[in-house]
Design a protein around this ligand. Sequence first.
Ligand code: ZN
Length: 350
Amino acid sequence: MSNLIRAGDRSSQVADVQARLRALGIAVDDNAGWFGDSTMRAVRAFQQQRGILVDGIVGPGTWGELVGASRRLGDALLYLRQPPMRGDDVALLQERLNALGFDAGRRDGIFGQATDSAVRAFQKEYGVAEDGMFGPRSHLALMGLRVDRQGTSAGLREELRRAELGGRGLGGAVVIIDPGHGGPNRGNLGADGACEADLCWRLALEVAERLAAAGATARLTRTEAEDPDNSERARRANHIGGEMFLSLHLNTYDEPTAEGSSTYYFSSSHAAQRLAEGIQGELVGLGLNNCRSHGRSYAVLKETRMPAVLIEPVFITNPDEAKKLLDREFLKAVAQAIVSGLERYYSDLG
Ligand SMILES: [Zn+2]
């Protein structure tokens, strides 16, 4: 990208810019491919957000920021090179590594020497080939999937144990996220191609991001391609030994108008009930219909040794709710509500 994209242009590059702005939640009302006033305002808003020169023109600098901002951790191979790679995925990588105690330096979104050293140290601890290339395998390990756990050093094990027993607050907590269904089991399907397995997976990653931002560590019960049965999910959670367990599903009903949030807990666990009710309160706070918290004896709730909650934030069978879930901003809000519910639980403990 060497030329400038600016007001008055009509091209596929303009359409690309518009799509990237929209994906970041910035409204663009111009026709696709036409750089009109609305696109100009959106570019300026983006430049303002990113703290770069606000001129409403997409030159190489703004373009680089746009690409970096739309990249999610795991999308691209990250490694040390000149000029350094930069983007929100690098920033998230730094945040996660720092949360695990690997010193990746300041969270500046620039993959420099400190980030390289932290990636290598992380790879060594987790038994991933120590090449400084942060690719899919390292990403899986970082997302808390159960790969190469034997390679974990005594120091890190101790750190994790401390985190598991950690005192007050969500900081340091290990939270297990169980995305429902997976692999060949797509779960329930809704309108517009909404698929329970995919939406639960995406929601799980959003929750994991927010947990990391809150200083907690998220661990998943499965990879994207797997569908362990419910007892196996519970067994994995017990093996990891986290403090809390969140299973993510979507509700279904024959009647498409059924809507709203429900949470479930194993009846004899008061801790789980309080957690379920806390999360329920936050979800209802988003304006979702209150379908309440209920005691259930699902295997994932009964066979897990930590307080466990199953969350169904919306009905996939409700076309409006299914459509909302396909919107990343809404997904983020749901993830934030879940994490706020956890935070509320911990602050009540204090
Ligand atoms: Zn389900």
